[in-house]
Ligand binder design. Sequence first.
Ligand code: COA
Length: 359
Amino acid sequence: MQKRYGRITGWGAYTPSKVVTNHDLEQALDTSHEWIVQRTGICARHVAAPGETTATMSTEAGRRALAKADLDAADLDLIIVATSTPDHLTPPVSSQVQHALGAANVPAFVLVTGCTGFMYALATAQQFIAGGMYQRILIIGAELLSRHIDWTDRATCVLFGDAAGAVVMEATAVPCGVFGFDLGSDGSGAAHIIAPAAGTAEPVSATTFAEGRQFIRMNGREVFKFATRVIGRSCQASLTQAELSLDEVDWIIPHQANLRIIQSAAKSMKVPLDRFYINLEKYANTSAASIPLALCEGLDSGVIQPTDTLLLVSFGAGLTWASAVLQMEPVAAKLMSRLTAVNGVNGQYKNGVKTAVPL
Ligand code: COA
């Protein structure tokens, strides 16, 4: 069988319109804008309005990604929704999204690995395409954590935000897409990010409810240490698989949890901080939505070019980690754009492919 690659042909994100700033939180909590910024880099977060759910946010992000890819929902072969905060325990939120998009009978499933969910979904989609099973896959990372945090717990509630981000991956014979990925899990650290009574282990009761055990609890220090340990290691594993060096990467898109974690990773990887795409100051940690949200923003603003070589890296509950080397445009387009830069020839995009035009 001819080798098949998964090309990202569309992307789209959704954030709720309501913004809660650190100054807003100061009014309700014993915290300060300065403390939050100094410890995390976060200034604001978007919070879903009543009526907005993980399904509605996912559907909107999915619609935008499909429009960019110029595809109808009915053209899809598969939908993956990465989230830890579905609308209901059952039905799976992926089926709600599939129905709302109008993707009649298209298979859909939920993938739950905490903040790394989108990355696990990206690797899964790439495997379905490389194996020849599917041609067009919608991958969504969505999280509505504002309904799973205790808004009186200053150690957690300042950290999170709500959002959804999506990409469309389509099969092509031209080399592009995910060239290497690394996934990992260490369940011995499970207790470091946990909602103790939000599952079967501790059925919700008056006692668990009174103690707020349905909310997310976190051992921030341990998570911090874990994240700084795995980021560089995982990036190196993906780069080795892709047969690339860090110098060949244009942008590192890290999970947007905490600026100090990113600074520490940059230092240990010996990469200048300005090669990390960072937008956590506006959105806080949106968990499974964080990487697609950053990717979409970077592409839409023109800061990230579709010809750039990207290194995506995430970490979170489980504990889990994941990274991937992503080349959105076919490698030939990247080489051509480098050549045109060298030869003083402008490039222009046609159907998402960079073509050279003489000056
Ligand atoms: N405002 C003001 N003070 C706060 C606060 C807040 N929002 N949150 C915690 N504090 C206080 C604590 O109560 C503690 O006070 P004490 O010394 O009187 O007991 C003090 O600040 C230090 O708390 P600590 O938890 O040790 O702070 P820290 O330097 O570890 O920073 C985090 C806390 C959460 C910012 C940091 O550990 C972190 O970012 N960890 C990673 C979390 C993460 O990214 N999780 C998501 C992974 S997907």
